[in-house]
Each structure stands twice: as C-alpha cells, then as structure tokens.
Design a protein around this ligand. Structure first.
Ligand SMILES: [Fe+2]
Length: 477
C-alpha cells in the first residue's frame, strides 16, 4: 500500500482502494517540474484527467464509480510543465465533509431512501463527477458514469465553478459522455433513466445555453454509455445489456445481456425531434466507447470498441466484489459499423481482432469528421482494469503499433495532443500519467504520435502519485 494513501484505505481488501488505485490525500500545485529528455516547445495546452479519489471510507461496498472525482492536470507552456490536482467540489463532497463521513450508499449497495438529492438513472446514487472530463467553451465539464449534473471547472486552476445547468434550462441529467463539436462549439449529450422517458437527447450552443431537448422512445430502461456525432447527425444506442425488467420492477438492479435482441443504433438529425429517429439494427453487442463517427456518401461510419463478453460472470473466489471486478476487466475489439441512410441497412466488421484496447481517443479536431488513427489504452490480463501501454490503430489498414509502459507501470487515457501548427492526426503527441507500482511514483510521458514505439521524448517527474482513473482530455492552449 502506498504511504501517501489515507490511513483508512490501508489494508482494504477491495483492490480498487489499494496499490495504483489507492486515493491520495493532498491537493498539490507544482511548477517547473524536472524533465528527463526534452519537453517539446511546440506542445502547449492542458492534459486533464478525471478519476475516483474517495475522501471518506465507504459506507458499504466500494465500487470504482463511487469515489469522489479528482482532477489531475499537466499544463504545458513554452517547454515548461506544471502539475496540479484538485477534488471536484461537488455538493456530495461538501455535505460529506460537513458530516465527516460518507453519506451515500455505493453503486453495489441497496438504495437508501433517507438520503436525498441523489443522481443516477433512478436518482439515489452519489454524483461523484468522477468519470469524464470534456472541454466546453472556456470550461471543462466533469461528468459522472450513471448520469448526473455536470460540474463546471476552470481547466487552469481546477477550481470548481459549480453545477452546469446550461443557462438554467437543464431539467434532466447528463450521461458520462458528451460530445463537443470542434467546428461549431455545440455540446451534444443524452441522459437515461429507469422511468419514462428512458432516454433524452440534448444540444447546448457554444454560448452555454441549452437549445434543444427531446425524448427518445425506447422499449424500456437501458444502459447506454456513449454516443457519437457527425457533422449533421447524432447516434444514440439501445444495446441489449440492461437491467432485468422483472427484477427492476421489484427494485432489484441486475444487469443481463439479452443475446436474442439486436443492437440498435438511433440516428437523428442534430436538432431533430426524437420522433424522427431512425433505428439501425446490428449484431447483439455492448459498447462502452465510440472512437469516432462521420458521414460518407449515404452512410454514417462509426468506429467503436465492442466488448467480447458483455455480461461477464464473476469469479466466485472473488466473493462479493466478483461482479464489479468482472465488469471492469474490459475486453474489447475495434469494430466498424456502416449505417446506410438510404437503404436502412447496417454493415459491420472487425477492424482488428487481436488487441484488447479501450478508452479510445482521436485527434479531437476530427470529432464527427473522417479520421484514420485511434489511440487507445492497452489492457493487460489482470484481476483489475489497468492500462499497460498505448495502442495506435490505423483504422484503414487494421495495423497497430504499441508503446508499452514497462513492467509494473500503468498509465491513463492518452488523448492526442496536436503540436503547434499540426496539420495531420499523427502530427503531435500522446500524453499519459504513468504510475510505477514498484516505487509508487508517477511521471508524465510525452510520446511522439508518429513514433509511438520509440522511447518517450520527455518524462516529467511528478511530486506525487497519480492514482489510476477514468477519462482524460487535451485542451489546446
Ligand atoms: Fe466512459
């Protein structure tokens, strides 16, 4: 157990509170960090990563989605680097600090009617804002796994502005993944719930105002995680992994994979009414993350990471944590869908069928437009979810190149960071926090995206350990 972890988490039997996952206790700001190699002067911007960092011990079981959100940031400017980490100042964290303890039941616990102001698909979970971080205008939005109210954060100082309600118009929640169009600045997002409407879709303008909200009809409650955008359309998902409806009616949340049902992808004009959605069927599957989507002739092309075992059985030896452990041990393959808007037909194919990689990113300037390269986290076989390298996929040829972090070294999602004046989706860098389990020390790797197998061009030494976490983004200067 790292010695910078809180006393209460030491000796925890839950692996997501131990080792590279153990929370840290300090908020640190450090400038002019020591660098091994040379920090490129043409890399200017902020690398932001979100993840769980619980303040208090859990009330019951701890699930990785329960930990209070903490942002870790590396600010690159003129060949210098500074680091900062801050908890997201959520309503939940404030209430818990006042109470001096954890107030909410966890994702694996039964609901507790005495706790009010909850989030999630049926409103009783703690909004930890710990899952994604998305640049929107001059701010970054921290989003939570099972829908919550986004928290708006200053990407430079990491101070929390507060809840983002898009000009006061937000009536519902926001799921873990929202998409900001790099060309128009609009933000597209959805939320889902166990009560009708089970899915709703929204668009906020670049000025931060919510302009469009529309319900999407579904056969029942669903568990979508991500969506896609193209220049003119949004793609929403109805996938056959969801709560058993009979059990849900009795208040029991048990996720099952309904292999007899197709996957359904709903395509909707960017500001169209939900009644106009067109559904495309495909093989039953579950998708956590979309790589990118775009329009090509009559088709919408969508690259995504498809899980191999959507509802994995837990290992009985792992006891009451077995289901969480099994679900978090992601195994996915890069897959391409083509939805023909003229014929209504779907075509699908594996782009690559050997690499287990997830947490995809692309050159963000190409979101919703044709892209060729995907940069993803390499997932080793292990009892918990770890990223032991970065895989660069060429989606045209299916070829891959991997940068391995080395034994006992685990990294974070690595969005493409374009070099100043970058012209192509390889002309830039990949940035990752890497923590060494043997030393409990962390560094930031800067890797040339055109030479991913080469040693990093720079290794920035950090003043504290960065626990493993969820999503990251790159915000250009
Ligand atoms: Fe996600």
């Amino acid at each position: 157990m790292p010695n910078d972890a809180p006393q209460w988490s030491r000796g925890a039997e839950n692996p997501y509170l131990d080792g590279v996952y153990a929370p840290v206790t300090r908020e640190v700001s450090a400038d002019d960090l020591p660098v091994i190699g040379e920090l490129p002067r043409d890399l200017n911007g902020i690398y932001l990563r979100n993840g769980p960092n619980p303040v208090f011990p859990p009330r019951g079981n701890y699930h990785w989605f329960d930990g209070d959100g903490m942002l870790h940031a590396l600010h690159f400017e003129d060949g210098r680097a500074s680091y900062r980490n801050r908890w997201i100042d959520t309503t939940a964290i404030r209430k818990e600090r006042e109470a001096g303890k954890n107030l909410w039941p966890g994702y694996m616990d039964p609901p507790d009617a005495s706790v009010s102001g909850g989030a999630g698909s049926d409103g009783w979970l703690k909004d930890t804002a710990n899952t994604d971080i998305v640049a929107f205008g001059d701010r970054a939005l921290a989003l939570w796994y099972q829908c919550g109210t986004p928290y708006s954060v200053d990407p430079k100082t990491l101070s929390t502005h507060g809840m983002e309600r898009f000009g006061g118009a937000l009536q519902r929640q926001v799921s873990a993944h929202a998409k900001a169009d790099p060309a128009t600045g609009e933000l597209m997002f959805f939320d889902y719930a166990t009560r009708a409407p089970y899915l709703a879709y929204h668009v906020a303008d670049a000025d931060g105002q919510l302009r469009h909200s529309t319900p999407i009809e579904l056969p029942g409650p669903r568990l979508p995680h991500d969506m896609a955008i193209t220049e003119n359309y949004s793609v929403l998902m109805d996938l056959p992994l969801f709560w058993n409806p009979e059990l849900l009616a009795r208040g029991i949340h048990k996720v099952e994979f309904f292999a007899q049902l197709p996957s359904r992808f709903g395509i909707l004009g960017r500001r169209a009414d939900g009644s106009e959605i067109r559904w495309f069927e495909a093989e039953p599957a579950y998708i956590y993350h979309v790589v990118n989507a775009w329009e090509e002739g009559d088709e919408i092309v969508m690259d995504a990471c498809v899980t191999l075992d959507p509802c994995p059985a837990g290992d009985r030896a792992e006891g009451r944590l077995s289901r969480m452990l099994a679900f978090l041990r992601l195994e996915a393959r890069l897959h391409r869908y083509r939805f023909n808007l003229k014929t209504g037909a779907t075509r699908e194919e594996r782009i690559e069928d050997s690499k287990n990689a997830e947490f995809p990113s692309i050159d963000g300037r190409r979101l919703g437009r044709p892209s060729r390269y995907a940069y993803m986290a390499a997932i080793p076989e292990a009892p918990t979810l770890l990223f032991d390298g970065i895989v660069k996929f060429d989606t045209q040829t299916g070829s891959t190149e991997t940068h391995a972090f080395g034994p006992g070294r685990y990294g974070s999602e690595s969005p493409f960071a374009p070099r100043d004046g970058s012209g192509s989706e390889e002309d830039g860098y990949l940035v990752s926090f890497v923590t060494d389990r043997n030393t409990d020390r962390s560094e930031v790797l800067v890797i040339d995206a055109q030479a991913v197998t080469a040693p990093p061009v720079a290794r920035i030494q950090l003043p504290q350990r960065v626990p493993a976490g969820f999503h990251a983004c790159w915000i250009p200067a």
